[in-house]
Design a protein around this ligand. Sequence first.
Ligand code: AMP
Length: 418
Amino acid sequence: MQFEDLNISEPLQRALIKEGYSTPTPIQAEAIPHLLKGEDLMGIAQTGTGKTAAFVLPVLQKMAELQKVAAPGVPRALVLAPTRELAAQIDESFGTYGQFLRFSHAAVYGGVHQGPQVKALSRGVDALVATPGRLLDLMEQGHIDLKDVEFFVLDEADRMLDMGFAKDVRKIVSALPKRRHSLFFAATMSKEVGELAGRLLTDPVRIEVAPQATPVERIEQRIFFVDQKEKNPLLIGLLQQKFLKRVLVFTRTKRRADRVAKVLTKTGIRADAIHGDRTQNQRTSALGGFKAGRLQVLVATDIAARGIDVEDISHVINYDLPNEAESYVHRIGRTGRAGRAGTAYSFCSAEERSFLRDIERLTRTKIREVDHRYHSEEAKNASGAASEPAPRRTKRPPRRAGEKGVPPGRSRRPGPRR
Ligand code: AMP
């Protein structure tokens, strides 16, 4: 199947060809025909499946058909996203796919001054992408009115709920017109997600797509046993090889992300860090530099890396192993996107040995070991207490499953805070 078989309009097809996309991904092939008919949609799909284009293309096409122009502060399409990074990426997708259409688009999110956002709104924005908090702020100040929204997209609804946005979303939805076209996406289904979808959608089509392939099958994985203090020289040695072109390095803490980025920069490797303590402008600049190829390496914590969608990440390097095995799968899924091959290297010191066991159990694979100059037999053979991080003395009681930020039924393993 090709995009032209989906009745995608000519200007959108031209943009797709320019981007080098000729074949729709499964979610695009399934969702676009329903959306062009005006049906509501409930999509169960993860990042990396092409879900953004699955809603951006039909929304743009339908908006172009209607040939209206947005009044100042009164958008025609609203996309809600849980994080600033995701909002910025979706906004960029509107620009990419709509490059041959006359329409305006903008993103509003917190962490940056609202001035430029307000200015953009005052010029009229057809497609607005927003995070809930900033959107409500701007609505309360009278800069945005949702009365004319024809298309409403709620992206990553499950994460939205995890992040505590349920009330904000309800408030936003109550400001939308009753007659509208609604689209809803979530990576996972739960009772709460289902309830929210039920409230927003009218007689929706339900489409579920599996992630493109399981990372375990598609990504070349290697493990490096190494002492903690030798991780920097090992990392530098690896990064000096030419084929490690665009590398995402994961650390377990924000402080370590900064330290690693600094050490790399000192040795002449183009690197920057992205984590929750950096300002929005610093994050945008680091991500922009990485996307444009000015940076070879982006060092990130798990939370900061969520939703980052950069094509062609050649390698993911786990400088630290995550203390939750699921995070490993999310991390390495950042390479090998859209059918390309990717590689994941993981460093494992003695105190992380038990994390590796958890990961191998979850992925049901034994990750192949690399023989290298910093190899540590002690790390490889660590067991018992020596194979876990030393307990930290902390005044805060450990967080339990079910508390904010911790999925129900799952407890965090001991490990430093991110
Ligand atoms: P998403 O799941 O929306 O985050 O998209 C994942 C990646 O796939 C993005 O980098 C898109 O640019 C890319 N992509 C989207 N649609 C296609 C397509 N039909 N063919 C190839 N790549 C695509």
